[in-house]
Design a protein around this ligand. Structure first.
Ligand code: FMN
Length: 340
């Protein structure tokens, strides 16, 4: 129904407007008595065999909503009703910021893809905390970043602020140094600044009574040498794992009009599928599966999900596939895992 009835209508409208419209619609629907139960009945697959323990956390199923969809933690409860096992909020920054000027979100329909240069538009970490205080049962990842105005030399401080503010309200953390839309952010993926950043956060973390898993989210555009560095850094800083991958700055083999494909920003969706799977496979094999990996990037079908798991992902996340395929994709993947 989504793909043939709802999507054609939504895809007539500006993508960012659709995002806000869908949020309002879902929120309204979930306020109508009886509707949440019907939606859950249709989409949630409850089965003990789907449960998975990864970095000390118990996931109801291995499929999560990737960062960027519910940046400000406005809709995580309702979204979990579509069958996700966990929701990652953020990227949040210490201060609120508007992000880049609009238009900054583009649909590449012929490629089943999206280009975005949102630039961490978010209401600031304090606003997210207010909303997360009401959470009782959704497993939440907190994806943290730095404000655009903060120079890289002071970036550690921004991550510390977000870490402290969110500590009591998220189940795991994600250090995002891989968005292409904050100038110079990806320079923090270099060995020295990255080791320092993760060491600082991990030191704070280990000083707590109950430390939380800290994960690193990486770009799909790293060289093999850089990926080997990442393996080294994960081992030396003893963080819990890696999320592979964020969006790509590459623009290979796209069918859409060049007016679209040449837009600046990160490309997500189907053109990213194999690239991110190969990053997962590389990390898993070269590290001898030394740490858990959350696989994300271009999961649009059951097969795409299985490929990520087979390549070495312990959990997976979806963003663009959720928009193109609709919520049934989550149910289909969960069912396929059960039938394996
Ligand atoms: C519009 C949009 C906004 C995003 N914002 C963030 C973000 O704030 N932080 C982040 O770590 N990843 C962000 N991402 C990246 C996704 O979390 C995911 O890593 C990427 O899109 C690849 O997965 P997909 O092909 O399933 O979309 C964003 C992606 C999109 C499409």
């Amino acid at each position: 129904m989504y793909k043939y009835l709802i999507r054609p209508i939504l895809f007539q409208i500006d993508p960012e407007k659709v995002h806000h419209f869908t949020f309002s619609l879902i929120r309204t629907l979930f306020k109508i008595p009886g509707i949440p139960a019907i939606i859950k009945q249709f989409y949630v697959v409850n089965d003990k065999r789907l449960e998975k323990e990864v970095f000390g956390l118990k996931f109801k199923n291995p499929i999560g909503l990737a960062a960027g969809f519910d940046k400000d933690a406005r809709l995580y409860k309702e979204l979990s009703g579509f069958g996700f096992g966990f929701i990652e909020i953020g990227t949040v920054t210490p201060k609120p910021q508007d992000g880049n000027p609009k238009q900054r979100l583009f649909r590449l329909k012929d490629d089943n893809a999206i280009i975005n240069r949102m630039g961490f538009n978010n209401g600031g970490v304090k606003e997210a905390v207010k909303r997360l205080k009401h959470n009782k049962k959704v497993l939440i990842g907190g994806n943290i970043g730095k404000n655009k105005v903060t120079p890289n030399e002071e970036a550690v401080n921004d991550y510390k602020i977000c870490f402290d503010a969110l500590f009591d309200y998220v189940d795991y953390f994600v250090v995002n140094v891989s968005s292409p839309n904050t100038p110079n952010l990806r320079a923090l993926q270099d060995k020295e600044p990255l080791t320092e950043l993760l060491n600082v956060l991990q030191k704070k973390n280990l000083a707590k009574t109950n430390p939380k898993p800290i994960l690193l989210k990486i770009a799909p555009d790293l060289t093999d040498e850089q990926l080997l560095d990442i393996i080294d850094i994960v081992k030396t800083t003893k963080i819990a794992g890696v999320i592979a991958t964020n969006t790509t700055i590459a623009r290979e083999n796209l069918k859409s009009d060049s007016s679209l494909t040449q837009e600046t920003g990160g490309l997500s969706g189907k053109p990213l599928t194999d690239k991110s799977t190969e990053v997962i496979r590389f990390l898993a094999t070269k590290s001898n599966k030394a740490f858990p990996i959350i696989g994300v990037g271009g999961i649009h079908s059951v097969q795409d999900a299985m490929d990520k798991l087979e390549a070495g992902a312990d959990l997976i996340q979806i963003y663009t596939g959720f928009i193109y395929e609709g919520p049934k994709l989550i149910k289909d993947i969960n069912k396929a895992i059960l039938n394996k």
